[in-house]
Design a protein around this ligand. Structure first.
Ligand code: BMA
Length: 333
């Protein structure tokens, strides 16, 4: 295998992995045993999807969107030895508020988790007078702290970068409305302290008729992956069909020092909902990525994605091949 493209990526020999099936030329290919997490893999869950995993100690930990059988949206912690077989808590994470006046969350969903400096940061869609971004952290996946909401409502798809850009922490988000939002661009913001956010910059918009899968709205997926060629960002895009929204995903490359500048962005999708578990469920036709594991020794990436707002699937690929795909199919410039 050629040397890794990752700059700050670390070696992860235990990354979940399955080789590309013979005769398959897809840039990303699905795990043969998908979905990896079924809708009822924990107590009282209606669905487990749009969830975030990271390497932790000698295995993996994660924060999972679990809608319960009252259809309340919340997030739970889970652990795994191999990234495939998960033990997910029977109740939501009980966050300790970092200060007493932090508002209660009406609900929590679509978590992202990323290790920055000394701890695991969790960002989610937080119910606060409508969809907003919530933020917290943990050192050990046992005790969790909730801090101030970084941005005003309405907003979804808050995704932190794994390191500071210059002197500041950096966050992608997707301003929205309080409903199912028929629009949406990705924006970038910075903060010196994870509390006060500014330097807001536009990153990218939906595309038009040349790339219909991403013509209605787009949103950042897993935390951006640092490569020699820029930040590799998996992001979802939405098409408004006669049968409702269809969620697919692909990838873009952002400038390493000024990540609001898009270097390249793929015109075709990498994954669109095509398998039964992606097309049939509580919300049909959704493939929604929220987490990616990488191994710098082998250039492997494993992406976790929500399937039909019901279960969690896994796809595999190689960072170098995905970068080539984005550059060769660049929709801009
Ligand atoms: C978005 C969020 C996601 C969901 C998607 C498709 O607005 O609610 O959690 O996967 O819609 O239903």
């Amino acid at each position: 295998m050629h040397s890794s493209l990752l700059i700050h990526g670390s070696s992860l020999p235990s990354i979940p992995w399955e080789e590309r099936p013979e005769g398959d030329s897809s840039v990303l290919w699905r795990y043969s045993q998908n979905p990896v997490i079924g809708r009822d893999a924990a107590a009282d869950t209606n669905s487990i999807f749009n969830s975030a995993v990271v390497p932790f100690r000698d295995g993996f930990a994660g924060v999972f969107r679990c809608d319960d059988t009252c259809r309340r949206m919340n997030i739970r912690v889970g652990f795994s030895k191999d990234g495939i077989s998960w033990r997910i808590a029977d109740s939501p994470i009980d966050f300790i508020k970092a200060s007493l006046d932090i508002p209660d969350s009406e609900y929590k969903y679509d978590p992202r988790v990323v290790f920055v400096e000394d701890r695991y940061w969790i960002v989610w869609c937080n119910g606060y007078h409508g969809a907003s971004i919530g933020m917290g952290y943990t050192f050990d996946f046992e005790t969790f702290q909730q801090i101030e909401n970084p941005l005003m409502p309405y907003n979804r798809n808050g995704v932190l970068f794994p390191r500071k850009i210059g002197n500041n922490y950096a966050l992608l988000s997707r301003p929205s409305d309080s409903g199912h939002t028929p629009f949406g661009d990705i924006f970038y913001s910075e903060s010196p302290d994870m509390t006060y956010w500014g330097k807001h910059r536009h990153v990218m918009s939906p595309l038009g008729s040349q790339s219909l899968w991403q013509s209605t709205k787009i949103g950042a997926g897993p935390a951006p992956i640092e490569t020699k060629e820029g930040w590799l960002l998996f992001y979802h895009g939405v098409l408004n069909s006669c049968n409702g929204f269809v969620y697919s995903f692909s990838a873009a490359l952002l400038d390493l020092d000024q990540p609001w500048k898009v270097i390249a962005r793929a015109r075709p999708y990498l994954i669109s909902p095509q398998k039964t578990y992606e097309c049939v469920g509580d919300v049909p036709n959704v493939a929604f990525p929220c987490a990616a594991l990488t191994d710098s020794d082998t250039d492997r990436v494993a992406v976790y994605y929500g399937c039909a707002d019901t279960s969690t699937g896994l796809v595999f690929g190689r960072i170098g091949e995905i970068i080539d795909f984005v550059k060769q199919n660049n929709a801009i410039g």
